[in-house]
Design a protein. Structure first.
Length: 368
């Protein structure tokens, strides 16, 4: 299956199976599990796996485009789909054949739904917060304890990726809702993204066999750079879908309006910035897929994309006016979704910290 066929199938599934659920996802916290499984069934997560791994081999940018198609209808579900795609990306990149054999094909095809418990890790490695999970060596693997907050796309039959600190290093592994010693703890109510099955996870001496390890402590330092750019670039798919939705609302509101042309961030300006971002995303995604990631440019692009998403959502609200202030309007939902893109790890403030540490004298900045 080529990229065009995949995206056509995804767009059709979004219209038939996701779009009718969007209000309940946003307002009632409905988790669209059937849609996510169907998305996996048509190859919606398979782009980040090779044919030998059970995937389509279409690459990282094709996966970003799938997330964009989902996000056109629902940013929350695009985020859940990102969690699945990110876990698949980790397993695709692992140097350990056994954990890949055990899990990757089923994640790529949506037979097993998956989350990514890497927010704490990414922030810890950036010097922002303490690591929440601790591991100890034991016969055949590790035991892990601690509480990991804010992990999404979870359930009793789901799996997810985590890291735990062990001595001066880290181990990254797969665990699941049925693992002995794992408890899922409900989070406080969010203003958006409620339909994403987000929990805190309590680990009480959870046994992790070596067969479930994605990166052993001695592999971790080389492994993290191999996944970080892809992890971040995949998030741009969420924002891109939200921007598409905002541009559609702006276009509809502009028809026959005598006052909208006086507003900043109009359709043409936003569309130009959007196309620039998409072109750069494709370039960086192709580089990451070739295992030649460009982290600094990826961080800059991710920050620029977050600001573009915020600008597009605010513009949609202003162009739509009072009609967009009604709870039944998708515009107010897009504003809340865009705010999430700006604060989800890595948040804008986190991105700026890492960018400042990586920049060197004389290097220019990417902006859109």
């Amino acid at each position: 299956m080529n990229r065009e066929t995949l995206l056509s199938r995804v767009a059709e599934l979004v219209q038939t199976d996701l779009k009718p659920l969007v209000q309940d996802i946003d307002r009632k916290g409905l988790y669209p599990e059937d849609f996510l499984r169907k998305l996996g069934g048509i190859g919606g997560f398979a782009a980040v796996g090779t044919a030998e791994e059970g995937g389509s081999g279409l690459g990282l940018f094709a996966q970003i485009e799938v997330l964009r198609e989902v996000g056109k209808a629902c940013g929350a579900t695009a985020f859940s789909a990102w969690c699945q795609a990110a876990c698949a990306w980790y397993l695709h990149q692992t140097p350990n054949a056994e954990v890949k054999r055990r899990y990757l094909s089923d994640v790529l095809n949506g037979k097993v739904l998956a989350g990514t418990g890497m927010s704490n890790t990414v922030k810890h490695l950036a010097g922002i917060e303490k690591h929440q999970l601790q591991a100890q060596k034991t016969d055949g693997g590790y035991t892990v304890s601690g509480i990991l907050p804010w992990v999404s796309n979870l359930g009793e039959n789901h799996i997810w990726a985590n890291t735990a600190q062990i001595g001066g290093g880290y181990v990254m592994f797969i665990t699941g809702g049925q693992s002995e010693g794992v408890s899922l703890i409900p989070c406080p109510e969010f203003c958006a993204l409620e339909g994403t099955r987000t929990f805190a996870i309590k680990f009480e001496n959870v046994f992790v066999p070596h067969e479930d390890v994605i990166a052993e402590p001695e592999q971790f330092a080389d492994y993290i750079p191999a996944i970080k750019s892809g992890f971040i670039l995949l998030q741009i798919g969420i924002g891109a879908g939200i921007i598409d939705g905002c541009l559609a609302e702006i276009s509809a509101a502009d028809a026959g309006s005598e006052t909208n042309p006086f507003l900043d961030n109009g359709y043409e300006e936003l569309e130009k910035r959007f196309q620039t971002a998409l072109t750069h995303t494709a370039e960086l995604a192709d580089a990451a897929w070739r295992n030649e990631p460009e982290l600094l440019e990826t961080l800059r692009l991710r920050e620029a994309a977050a600001w573009l998403c915020l600008d597009a959502a605010q513009s949609a609200a202003l162009h739509t006016g009072a009609a967009g202030y009604l709870m039944g309007s998708p515009v107010q939902r897009r504003v809340r979704e865009a705010m999430f893109v700006a604060i989800v790890t890595p948040a804008i403030k986190h991105l700026r910290k890492e960018i400042s540490e990586l920049e060197f004298m004389g290097e220019g900045e990417f902006s859109i």
